[in-house]
Structures are given as structure tokens and as C-alpha cells.
Write a new protein. Structure first.
Length: 94
């Protein structure tokens, strides 16, 4: 028997996963630029996390840049981005 969703929630409130960020390395720092996902809800901010240190920075708005300082020279880092919209969060970028 088919089931019909009669809820009034509409589309999902969380933003889609952001794309891969652009990273420019500096001396013990990195500048990360993020853009809004190509579909879904527009984020209001992003949190960028550097691994392995766990250092973070925040971008406010639908797109922009932030700087993570205090990185260790000679260490390879991976940066992931989570889009936020109000209290909702996307999955982390790849």
C-alpha cells in the first residue's frame, strides 16, 4: 500500500554539503576560501577544521575566507568544511 507524507515540513532545513574549499598556504597559516553549495539552502556560515591539529576558523555569510593560524611548518594538513544555517549543519566536505 503506498504511503503519502502529509507533513508540512517542506524541504530539508539544513544546507547541502559545501564543495571543496580553496586553500592557500602561508607561513604557519592557511587561508581557506569557501563558496555556497550549488543547490539547497544557502548557508549563513561555515566552520573550517584543520586536521591533524583540530584548529578552526569561521566564515560568516554565504561565502568568503578565513585564516587558520598556528599551523606547524612541514606538517601536511587536510581541511574540511561544514556549512551552517541557523541551528542546522551540513555533512562535512570531502
Amino acid at each position: 500500500m503506498p504511503v503519502t507524507n502529509t507533513g508540512t515540513g517542506g524541504s530539508r532545513p539544513e544546507p547541502n554539503t559545501p564543495g571543496v574549499a580553496t586553500v592557500v598556504a602561508g607561513i604557519e597559516e592557511a587561508t581557506i576560501t569557501v563558496t555556497a553549495p550549488t543547490s539547497g539552502r544557502t548557508p549563513t556560515s561555515y566552520v573550517v577544521t584543520a586536521t591533524p591539529d583540530g584548529a578552526t576558523c569561521t566564515v560568516t555569510g554565504a561565502s568568503g575566507s578565513c585564516i587558520i593560524i598556528g599551523l606547524t611548518a612541514g606538517t601536511a594538513y587536510t581541511f574540511t568544511t561544514i556549512a551552517k544555517r541557523n541551528r542546522y549543519r551540513s555533512a562535512a566536505s570531502a
